[in-house]
Design a protein around this ligand. Structure first.
Ligand SMILES: [Fe+2]
Length: 299
């Protein structure tokens, strides 16, 4: 029975039903001046609403999602911990954005994710200088930076970073000097670079925050295969952000952030103290040696 004085109930066609709410929100962005922003917001609403409708999100699940995103923001410290990048990484969005934005020619080196642990402004290091200030398995990484025709790019700069033997980056681990296992190397006149460092180790992405809880709840492991990060720049060429992965790592096929590409696998081969490279680069004992050439694409 109707309450006396109540307004008439709207007919079914007039109710703000599931389909109408979605279209109404999409239409609310129609007046956005910037056409790119308008397209992004309207398509975001389209896909977000389609997702909510498809899974028939409960109110409890909606609340859990809000709490998760809130915790993700709260886990960011404004320095080295960036939980939203981590979330993007484990959902494969970082690799998808990378793939869309770096459709390089077949001749150029493949890119992969930047990751959340890059720190700009690290020390300039000389040819073959050791960037390891902590102990580990000594290594030498050598190669050239080339253009797509195979010509060397003298003066190309390689910004390089990796974890220490404990699987943590400087900045993340307050016991390490900030410049540990980080540095900027410049190619010589033949386009060659030489980096003294440590053999990289597999490491888990941080699991003490909401992203770690997400992986645990979905039976996914947090490990990344051992790798060395590179950001390579030369005037007139597209910057290349990539990794080199140890080819025998057990996590190559299940990287928590989906960053592995076959062309970025490299062998760290054991060399003895008698090897001529030991004397050239000052190794006192045996060391591991990896070689890889990078190819940059012209702008
Ligand atoms: Fe990394």
């Amino acid at each position: 029975m109707k309450t006396p004085g109540a307004k008439p109930v709207a007919g079914a066609s007039e109710r703000l039903n599931e389909a109408r709410i979605s279209q109404k929100v999409i239409d609310s962005f129609a007046g956005t001046d910037d056409p790119r922003l308008r397209r992004i917001m309207q398509r975001l609403v389209h896909h977000l609403h389609a997702f909510v409708s498809e899974v028939e999100l409960s109110e409890e699940e909606w609340r859990a999602g809000i709490d998760f995103l809130t915790a993700t923001g709260q886990a960011c410290d404004g320095k080295v911990r960036q939980e939203f990048i981590l979330l993007s990484d484990v959902l494969g969005v970082s690799m998808l954005v990378d793939a869309i934005n770096h459709r390089a020619s077949e001749a150029a080196s493949e890119s992969t994710v930047l990751g959340p642990f890059y720190i700009p402004g690290m020390p300039e290091r000389g040819y073959g200088e050791d960037m390891a200030l902590t102990a580990g398995e000594p290594a030498l990484v050598q190669g050239k930076v080339l253009d797509c025709a195979g010509q060397p790019l003298p003066g190309a700069v390689l910004d390089v970073w990796q974890t220490a033997a404990n699987g943590m980056y400087s900045g993340q681990d307050t016991d390490q000097p900030s410049a540990n296992l980080r540095g900027r190397y410049r190619c010589d006149a033949q386009g060659r670079f030489a980096i003294r460092t440590l053999v990289p180790v597999s490491y888990p992405i941080p699991t003490d925050g909401p992203v770690g809880r997400l992986l645990e709840a979905t039976a996914r492991h947090p490990w990344r295969p051992a790798h060395l990060h590179f950001m390579i720049a030369a005037p007139g060429y597209h910057q290349l952000v990539t990794h080199l992965f140890n080819e025998e790592d057990p996590y190559l096929d299940s990287d928590a952030v989906f960053g592995v590409k076959d062309s970025l696998r490299v062998a760290y081969r054991l060399r003895s103290a008698d090897d001529p490279l030991a004397a050239e680069f000052g190794f006192q004992g045996g060391f591991h040696h990896a070689c890889h050439d990078f190819v940059l694409e012209p702008r």
